[in-house]
Design a protein around this ligand. Structure first.
Ligand code: NI
Length: 182
């Protein structure tokens, strides 16, 4: 049966904590929560289910958004219509990044932020992330474009950073000559 996740709202101060590294093994509850998050994110991106269960579409979540201050992120990336690739990273670290900066043209959203926030969030166009899977095996991924943005957004949550912290208040919007908008 599908169970909707309880996601903290941005007003909750727990979102501002620095999360701790996970010590393996993960508990059964933590593994179950990861499964539930994958399902929630997947359903949220399929119109039929997002309507049925009243889910706001989102492609990523970090454990602190569920009230658990541990370094776990989950990303469900729609690679083509209704085809998804899942990423679960425990203790993720960005080990290298491009010099090129991009931003999502329409801005970013967050399942903890129940309002529209305007402005471009500068992000690295490409990153390499290392970490562990839920069983403690070392994993890495090279992410680009939208997926790169998603990883940076979720890893920020582990450090108590919200996406709008990165919007320049004096200059919230860039043009194509300044950074590449995707
Ligand atoms: Ni978020």
């Amino acid at each position: 049966m599908f169970k909707k996740l309880d996601i903290l709202d941005e007003k909750d101060k727990r979102l501002r904590l620095i999360s701790k590294d996970v010590v393996f093994p993960l508990s059964k509850e933590e593994k179950d929560l990861i499964k539930q998050a994958i399902k929630h994110l997947t359903y949220s991106q399929i119109e039929e289910y997002s309507k049925k269960y009243d889910l706001r579409p989102g492609m990523g979540l970090a454990f602190p958004q569920l009230g658990i201050n541990k370094r776990v992120i989950i990303i469900v990336h729609e690679v083509k219509e209704n085809t998804f690739e899942n990423y679960v990273f425990v203790n993720p670290v960005i080990i290298s990044h491009s010099t090129e900066i991009i931003a999502a043209e329409t801005g970013e959203g967050c399942l903890s932020v129940n309002r529209e926030v305007e402005g471009h969030v500068p992000r690295y166009a490409r990153i390499t992330v290392e970490g562990f899977d839920e069983n403690g095996n070392k994993i890495s991924v090279r992410a680009r474009e939208e997926l790169s943005i998603a990883f940076q957004h979720e890893i920020d949550h582990l450090d108590g950073i919200m996406f709008y912290d990165r919007i320049n208040k004096n200059k919230p919007f860039f043009n194509e000559n300044e950074i590449r908008l995707i």
